[in-house]
Design a protein around this ligand. Structure first.
Ligand code: UTP
Length: 278
């Protein structure tokens, strides 16, 4: 049903400098797995087999990660360490990776627009921002929950969470009418509003299902907040036609694009692993 997932990964990751000077932020590990691998595993669980990655300069490590490393494989072949590569081998067996570059950092909307050559203009596709790490220990992953909802509503879906009012200026924020428990018909969306002007405290996180009719809108949308092409502005235009649903996802989300969120995620996954290995 959902076959393709787009991973915009062209950003500079300046909050992690100097670590991200020569290494992509998406390759920062939470325990032993890079952030982007968590995202790819979430997309696989949702049924995706085509992973479309928007890269930029200095992002070669992502391409190398999702490829065979003959020398390394040969070295650890038949040793106790071989199982450490199981998760990545499974991904390589099941998925195809495609790449294109965003030459200039013109914003998330522009990165997604660049992705149209990879995901095509016929089918809906997932979008995962790998620096938003999501986990749901009690059931379906976040993209799977959204894919199930897509079956019912057949329109764009954004994942949302309630954030403290003093933090809304960091997010895209929605206004909408609740249709069913945790599901909203979006009527308005604002990117990084002033705290006192935000329409709500329901913030969009880095999970979307988009329909291809967003592409012609993205093509014409003007640079918005911070001089960047904002996906929020394109989605707002779709929302005017009643074509956007917001979904309060089940599970936890860590903002691994920030130091605090990254440390929180590391501690959470470390404790989880300790519990599982008890
Ligand atoms: P962020 O603004 O969080 O990422 O973009 P950043 O710019 O890499 O981080 P900082 O603020 O400098 O530390 C959210 C997501 O959108 C992608 C980023 O790679 C990240 O996954 N993105 C953003 C692009 O691919 N292209 C862009 O032009 C902007």
């Amino acid at each position: 049903m959902l076959q393709r997932c787009l991973f915009p990964a062209a950003g500079y990751g300046t909050r992690f400098l100097p670590a991200t000077k020569a290494m992509p932020k998406e390759m920062l590990p939470i325990l032993t797995k890079p952030l982007i691998q968590y995202g790819v595993e979430e997309a696989m669980e949702a049924g995706c087999s085509v992973m479309a990655i928007i890269t930029g300069r200095g992002k070669r490590a992502i391409t190398d990660h999702f490829d065979i490393s003959y020398e390394l494989e040969h070295q650890i072949d038949g040793t106790s360490k071989e199982s450490l590569l199981d998760s990545i081998r499974e991904i390589l067996n099941k998925c195809t990776f495609t790449y294109t570059r965003q030459n200039e950092m013109n914003g998330l909307g522009d990165a997604i627009y660049k992705g149209r050559v990879l995901v095509g203009e016929k089918y809906p596709y997932g979008v995962i921002l790998a620096d938003d790490l999501c986990i749901n220990q009690d059931g379906d992953g976040v993209l799977t929950q959204m894919a199930k909802l897509y079956q019912k509503y057949k329109c764009c879906i954004v994942a949302i969470m309630e954030v403290p009012h003093e933090d809304v200026h960091k997010y895209g924020v929605i206004e909408g009418k609740e249709l069913e428990d945790g599901v909203y018909m979006v009527s308005n969306m604002v990117e990084k509003p002033d705290n006192d002007k935000a329409p709500s405290n329901m913030a969009v996180i880095g999970r979307y299902i988009l329909t291809p009719d967003i592409f012609p809108i993205l093509k014409t949308v003007k640079a918005g907040k911070n001089g960047e092409i904002q996906i929020t502005d394109a989605l707002c235009k779709m929302a005017e036609k009643g074509m956007v649903i917001a979904y309060k996802f089940k599970g936890k989300r860590f903002d691994c694009g920030s130091i605090d969120g990254f440390v929180e995620a590391t501690n959470y996954f470390y404790n989880l692993e300790k519990e599982t290995n008890k």
